[in-house]
Design a protein around this ligand. Structure first.
Ligand SMILES: Nc1ncnc2c1ncn2[C@@H]1O[C@H](COP(=O)(O)OP(=O)(O)OP(=O)(O)O)[C@@H](O)[C@H]1O
Length: 559
């Protein structure tokens, strides 16, 4: 059997306290103590294992019973029953404001005391059960990955789970009572879609996809589901699914957005991928042309990796860094004693790449006499080490690259025409970054993720103004320059967002030069990429009106 309920009596008249104690004892309750002042009652409530307080409304001393009950209730979930003879209206009102569990009016009889104490104990037990259930529910909702918000019939928030508060970047408590639409930093389209689901003015009932864009914090990609509260269709439950990561991965996995290690989904890059695919199949020598930093080495690797010889080795030679006197020996190898310093036999890069691919970077910088030997090796598919007479057959696929115009080099007698024809059988042209600015948001996201993983930096996105500057700049050093600029900017940045002020000065100060139509079209594509196709946000990012954006989309035939 459970123990009898334990009661504290707070009564400054000793005789009344005794009378109460007798009644309570006769009814089977345990009177734990009897105190005479509010202060003593507060003390006692803190220490004892109590189930109920019977409190005289009028107590002698600085604190009356109403005040003492209010203080006790603030700190302890204890039911308080007031004992009163006569109370003026004001005292009665104050007592009622403390939401007491009952009154016993003097002079009392046992049945009344019994009824008041039992009702208070049962009500309290019931309240505790409800609170516990609500607590369990809250815990459950807080433990879920998705966020939950509950609105009342007027569209104000009644509840916000912790995950929802994190996504909305607000404190749950502070958000309660706020109209739901004021809390969601989403665009008008998303707001309208949510509102129409709540009003039932649309047949659509799938989740609304939106970006929660916070000025000073990370943005989240979310799917928001609107459900009617089953108890009252005027109230709604909003369920937030954070799909930021999935969204990013989907974007990354978009098979058109990268090719091997090359990143970019613009039309010029799609052309380049196609060229790489078609030359990879055959053993033909390929010349990759592109400005410095435009990804020529990555393209050479992609050709190798796509080719049937991908299992073989990929050897890179930076011809510009070859010592002119040693270039022949490095490329073709030498025999011990072939020249001063050649102390032992050594294979050259051609032999090292046997069965694989030899990437001759900056081929325009190969000295003329070595060019002659190179041509012979390419024609005969065999190398003769310096100091030897016997040629060794090699099965090497040559990929060459240059940022120079080899035609100009030929005209200036610095490059052999026959070698040019030999290496230019197939070509891959890599576009400069300024001609494919639509790839900037994707490249920026990719590099930020890489840098963050490597350095643990906090920055996870680029602010609008910073992106505008990146889109304005001409990028003479192409993707390499972009990568370096972001590295440098991240050192300066603080917080999650990279700002225009963090960028190197030449980029920060770049203004949109009078640009050609294709360049402008690329900037618009970049803005749409960044905003996931949201035209209102894209126009804002570009600093133009929506109407102008629509006109340009039409003009440039952008979907
Ligand atoms: N399309 C791209 N996607 C991802 N990274 C790129 C891309 N293009 C270039 N990079 C990066 O930029 C840097 C320079 O690339 P790479 O060395 O391939 O350029 P390059 O054209 O060979 O330069 P150079 O002419 O100066 O030798 C590298 O860090 C590379 O990873």
């Amino acid at each position: 059997m459970s123990r009898p309920p334990r009661i504290l009596i707070v009564e400054d008249e000793f005789a009344v306290a005794m009378e109460l104690e007798d009644h309570l004892g006769a009814l089977g309750y345990t009177v734990v103590d009897h105190v005479m002042t509010g202060a003593a009652a507060i003390d006692r409530a803190a220490g004892a294992d109590l189930d109920l307080v019977l409190m005289d409304v009028h107590l002698d001393g600085p604190m009356d019973g109403v005040e003492a009950a209010r203080t006790i209730r603030e700190d302890h979930p204890l039911p308080v029953v007031f004992v009163t003879a006569y109370s003026d209206d004001e005292t009665l009102q104050r007592a009622t404001d403390t939401t007491p569990f009952g009154y016993v009016v003097k002079p009392f009889n046992e049945r009344e005391i019994y009824a008041a104490v039992e009702v208070a104990l049962q009500t309290h037990a019931l309240q505790r059960r409800v609170e516990r259930a609500r607590d369990d529910l809250r815990q459950l909702l807080n433990g879920l990955r998705q966020g939950t918000a509950l609105t009342d019939g007027t569209g104000r928030l009644r509840f916000l789970s912790d995950p929802a508060a994190r996504l909305l970047d607000v404190a749950s408590e502070a958000a309660t009572g706020t109209p739901w639409a004021d809390l969601l930093p989403v665009d008008d389209e998303a707001l309208e879609a949510l509102q129409s689901r709540m009003d039932g003015t649309t047949d659509a009932d799938g989740p609304v996809t939106a970006t929660l864009a916070h000025d000073d914090g990370p943005s989240y990609r979310v799917e928001i589901e609107v459900r009617d509260d089953p108890r009252d269709s005027e109230r709604h439950i909003l369920v937030f699914y954070d799909v930021t990561e999935v969204h990013e991965l989907r974007r990354m996995l978009d098979d058109r957005s990268r090719f091997h290690d090359l990143v970019g989904k613009s039309a010029p890059m799609q052309d380049a991928y196609e060229q790489i695919r078609s030359v990879a199949e055959v053993k033909t020598t390929v010349l990759i042309q592109g400005e410095t930093g435009s990804g020529k080495e990555l393209a050479a690797r992609a050709i190798h990796d796509e080719s049937p010889r991908s299992e073989g080795s990929f050897v890179t030679v930076n011809c510009a860094a070859l010592n002119p006197d040693l270039a022949g020996s490095r490329l073709f190898g030498h025999r011990a004693g072939a020249f001063t310093g050649a102390t032992e036999d050594r294979e050259g890069y051609f032999e090292a790449a046997d069965g694989g691919t030899l990437f001759l970077d900056e081929i325009g910088d190969v000295p003329l006499d070595v060019q002659r030997q190179l041509l012979r090796v390419l024609e005969e598919e065999a190398v003769t080490r310096l100091g030897e007479t016997e040629a060794r057959p090699v099965d090497v696929r040559i990929v060459a690259a240059t940022h120079r115009s080899l035609d100009e080099e030929v005209a200036a007698d610095r490059f052999r025409q026959d070698l040019l024809y030999r290496i230019r059988i197939a070509r891959v042209a890599l576009p400069p970054l300024r001609e494919r600015r639509s790839d900037l948001p994707l490249l920026v996201r990719t590099f930020l993720r890489e840098i963050r993983a490597r350095t643990g930096a906090d920055v996870d996105r680029v602010g609008d103004e910073a992106l505008r500057r990146l889109l304005n700049y001409d990028w003479p050093g192409n993707v390499r320059e972009l990568k370096n600029a972001l590295e440098a900017a991240l050192i300066r940045a603080s917080g999650d967002v990279l700002r225009a002020d963090d960028l190197p000065p030449e980029i920060r100060e770049a203004s949109a030069s009078a640009s050609s139509a294709p360049e402008e079209a690329e900037r618009i594509r970049a803005a749409l990429e960044q905003t996931d196709g949201n035209r209102t946000e894209a126009a804002e990012l570009l600093g133009i009106s929506r109407a102008t954006l629509y006109r340009r989309l039409d003009e440039y035939n952008i979907e």
